[in-house]
Design a protein around this ligand. Structure first.
Ligand code: MN
Length: 200
C-alpha cells in the first residue's frame, strides 16, 4: 500500500507565494487521491503492489492492460507530487551554485534563458500538466512539459525540477493568471534538493 509522504513544512510555510489553503487541499486531497486510486488499481494484483513507483512507471507496458491507464495517471501523480513538495521550501528561490549552475549556463546560455524556457513550457502546456528540467537519455539537460500526470521517467528522463501547472495548484489564489503563479513559484524553489538530484 502506498502512503502519503510527510510534508516537509507547514501548509502556510510558502506564503505569500503559495497560500496555505491551496497547499492543504493540494496535499491532503489531490495527492491523497492519486495514492488511493493507485492502491485501488493494484488491489487485484498483489504481486504488483510490491513494486516501487519507479518500477511501475518504467515498466508500464508490461503491466496488465486493464490497469495501465490508472497506474500511469495515479502512480505518476503520486511520484510527481512527492517530488514537488521537496522542490519547494520557505525562503527558497534565487539561483543554484556550482556544477549545476555551470551546466545550466552551458546548455541554455544563461540562467535567465533557462528560466524563460521553463516558464514558456509551463505557460504553453495546454490544459493540465507539468513543466520540467530533466536530464535526457543522452545525459544533457533539457526543458520539457508533460500532459496530465505523466512522469518523465516513463520516457527515461530524470526529473531535476518540476512545476505543477494543474489549475488545482494555483486557482484559489491566482485564478486564470497562471503566469503570475509561475513567476511567484520561483521564490520558493528549493535548489538544494535540485542539486541533490543533479548529483545523484
Ligand atoms: Mn497537483
Amino acid at each position: 500500500m502506498f502512503k502519503l509522504p510527510k510534508l516537509p513544512y507547514e501548509y502556510g510555510a510558502l506564503e505569500p507565494y503559495i497560500d496555505a489553503q491551496t497547499m492543504e487541499i493540494h496535499y491532503t486531497r489531490h495527492h491523497q487521491a492519486y495514492i488511493d486510486n493507485l492502491n485501488k488499481a493494484l488491489e487485484a494484483h498483489p504481486d504488483l503492489a510490491k513494486k516501487s513507483l519507479e518500477e511501475l512507471l518504467t515498466q508500464l507496458k508490461q503491466l496488465p492492460e486493464s490497469i495501465q491507464t490508472a497506474v500511469r495517471n495515479n502512480a505518476g501523480g503520486h511520484f510527481n507530487h512527492s517530488l514537488f513538495w521537496q522542490w519547494m521550501k520557505k525562503n527558497g528561490g534565487g539561483q543554484p551554485k556550482g556544477p549545476l549552475a555551470d551546466e545550466i549556463k552551458n546548455t541554455f546560455g544563461s540562467f535567465d534563458e533557462f528560466q524563460k524556457k521553463f516558464n514558456d513550457a509551463a505557460k504553453t502546456r495546454f490544459g493540465s500538466g507539468w513543466s520540467w528540467l530533466v536530464r535526457d537519455t543522452s545525459g544533457k539537460l533539457a526543458v520539457i512539459s508533460t500532459a496530465n500526470q505523466d512522469a518523465t521517467i516513463m520516457n527515461g528522463l530524470q526529473p531535476l525540477l518540476g512545476l505543477d501547472v494543474w489549475e488545482h495548484a494555483y486557482y484559489l489564489k491566482y485564478q486564470w493568471r497562471r503566469p503570475d503563479y509561475i513567476n511567484a513559484w520561483w521564490n520558493v524553489v528549493n535548489w538544494d534538493r535540485v542539486i541533490e538530484l543533479y548529483e545523484k
